[in-house]
Design a protein around this ligand. Structure first.
Ligand code: ADP
Ligand code: 5GP
Length: 216
């Protein structure tokens, strides 16, 4: 086996309050970096229009999810807005073993579990420019009822507190800049040269200039 084949991939955890734009940013990043793969989670929520089973998520019912939890299938799992979500060991290990880097787009409770379990993971938090913009994005997406949007906004304030556990922070204002920033983090981590990253995307640096949840 060649030396290149022995490189293990890096799991990149990307979290943000729902509606910030992490799916949009991750999907674009995936189209631009062939070494990146999306970790397909399991969920008990129903597919949105256009979502495909086995591509966006593995859609399962609650009993199937419970069985997977009981059999130890998940690296992490969490309940979010009344639905269950989880990352299976199998969705993670095969790509990493093959030397492919993975994007795990997951919420903050799951991210905290990955932090405990995986020293090889890197953590990127996306911030909305403000809560007002977050609400506009949730409404603009047009996929959730008023009730679901209210539940997600209520969760967002608490989720923002988790930013302090993350290595890198990106404010998702201009989409192209956010995608470039995520790819820069991936590229630097891959190359093992992260010296420039903390000045640009380090938590302290970014939070110092962010307007805060009520700003903007
Ligand atoms: P999340 O995965 O964090 O819940 P989505 O990726 O579904 O969020 O994005 C929520 C909405 O915001 C979508 O309608 C998306 O098109 C829009 N959006 C995402 N990023 C941006 C951005 N940088 N500027 C403007 N709109 C955005
Ligand atoms: P959505 O229903 O909008 O697709 O996702 C709701 C939330 O669940 C988002 O914050 C998303 O990142 C998160 N999520 C998706 N997959 C997983 C997963 O496998 N584990 C955890 N903990 N959260 C997930």
């Amino acid at each position: 086996m060649s030396g290149a084949a022995s490189r293990r991939g890096i799991p990149f955890v990307v979290s943000a309050p729902s509606g910030t734009g992490k799916t949009t940013v991750c999907r674009l990043a995936l189209t631009r970096d062939e070494g990146l793969e999306f970790s397909i989670s399991h969920t008990t929520r129903k597919p949105r229009e256009g979502e495909r089973n086995g591509v966006d998520y593995h859609f399962v019912d609650e009993e199937q999810f419970r069985d997977l939890v009981a059999s130890g299938a998940f690296l992490e799992h969490a309940e979010y807005a009344g639905r269950c979500y989880g990352t299976s060991w199998s969705s993670l290990e095969a790509p990493l073993e093959a030397g492919r880097d993975l994007l795990l787009e997951i919420e903050v409770q799951g991210a905290a579990q990955v932090r405990e379990a995986r020293a090889d993971a890197r953590f990127v938090f996306l911030l909305p420019p403000s809560m007002r913009v977050l609400e506009q994005r949730l409404r603009g997406r047009g996929t959730d009822s008023d009730e679901v949007i209210a539940a997600r906004l209520a969760l967002a304030e608490r989720e923002l507190e988790a930013v302090r556990f993350f290595d890198y922070v990106i404010v998702n204002d201009l989409l192209e800049e956010s995608v470039a920033a995520l790819l820069e983090v991936v590229g630097a981590e891959r190359a093992g040269d992260t010296r420039e990253l903390s000045a640009r995307y380090g938590r302290e640096t970014v939070l110092a200039s962010w307007q805060g949840p009520q700003g903007g």
